[in-house]
Ligand binder design. Structure first.
Ligand SMILES: C[S@@+](CC[C@H](N)C(=O)[O-])C[C@H]1O[C@@H](n2cnc3c(N)ncnc32)[C@H](O)[C@@H]1O
Length: 304
């Protein structure tokens, strides 16, 4: 395993698959992993001990689902009680990393969500269950039950005083709807001007092979989903942990939105993809100066 992925490194080839992610005002760090973004080619379960407790604002966890996916390792070959025991073990490592105002999103499936949510409710406060409708088109498939087209996302917080900012993730109303709500009653309503709450069913297409954002990872998550979590649940300049970063979607969201990031991934090729994706962004993590990161950052322990 290599662990130099957190060092700024040049990118020789540009990544056409990431082109759709380059929509943010350009500054100057193209070709380098931005300061404050740490991509670790390490096993979260054995390395979490190096991450200080209480240092994380937000955990975005997209672990193996227990469905037998091939990640170039056997990490998704557990099932049943074995899978649930493993899930509890990494959650017990991850939860203490959160600050008192921190929160956690966990992607999972309907098969295991009930047990995982019950476990999490014994440690944290449950805020939402979000249903990600993957917009899977109708096809043949199963005839013995209804076709499953969603992932379950649990949203939990350490306390009732958790950080949450709805404004950056509001969905603007179109002109016609605004006009239809033009009665005096609605005048000056913040929700009408700034848009509405995204609600708890998120209908976002999965990344099919032709999608501009798609890279070579079998379960890459759409940036739109992860960016919404980061914007709503991590303060600007705050720090996000992704224990299973895969192709680095959470890292990309953090680099674009000026949050710090630390992520773990055991597959070296996926780490390289993550590095390529964040290095290709025309964006600087302005809120994170490398100088202050080096001097006063409790995460330096992670890299030693
Ligand atoms: C569901 S994928 C994450 C996908 C990611 N959200 C993305 O958008 O690309 C889970 C990842 O966890 C990695 N993984 C499995 N066990 C791990 C461990 N113990 N520590 C770190 N990464 C691990 C797998 O190799 C896989 O790439």
């Amino acid at each position: 395993m290599r662990d130099e992925f957190d060092e700024p490194q040049s990118t020789l080839d540009s990544n056409p698959a990431s082109a759709g992610e380059a929509a943010v005002p350009a500054v100057s760090t193209v070709g380098q992993v931005p300061a404050g973004i740490r991509l670790l080619n390490r096993d979260f379960l054995t390395d979490a001990v190096n991450l200080p407790d209480g240092s994380i604002d937000l955990i975005v966890a997209d672990p193996p689902y227990g469905l037998g996916k091939d990640y170039g390792n056997n990490s998704d070959m557990r099932s049943g009680d074995d899978f649930l025991a493993w899930t509890r073990s990494w959650l017990e490592l991850a939860i203490p990393k959160l600050k008192p105002s921190g929160s956690l999103y966990i992607f999972c499936t309907w098969q295991y969500a009930p047990e995982i949510f019950v476990f999490l409710k014994s440690h944290l406060t449950m805020i939402n269950e979000i249903i990600w409708d993957r917009r899977v088109p109708s096809m043949g498939g199963t005839v013995r039950r209804f076709t499953s087209v969603h992932d379950n996302i649990g949203f939990f917080a350490v306390s009732k005083d958790y950080y949450f900012d709805l404004d950056p993730v509001r969905i603007p109303y179109d002109a016609a709807t605004k006009k239809a709500r033009s009665r005096k009653l609605f005048e000056g309503s913040k929700w009408l001007e700034m848009g509405y709450n995204p609600k708890d069913v998120w209908s976002v297409s999965r990344l099919h092979r032709q999608h501009a954002e798609r890279v070579d990872h079998p379960t890459q998550k759409p940036l739109e989903i992860v960016e919404r979590m980061v914007l709503a649940s991590c303060p600007p300049g705050g720090r996000v942990l992704d224990p299973f970063m895969g192709s680095g979607t959470t890292a990309v969201a953090c680099a674009r939105q000026q949050r710090e990031f630390v992520g773990y991934e055991i597959n070296e090729s996926y780490c390289a993809i993550a590095r390529e994706r964040v290095s290709s962004l025309p964006v600087a993590v302005a809120a994170v100066s490398s100088a202050s990161a080096a001097q006063s950052d409790p995460l330096t322990a992670v890299e030693s």
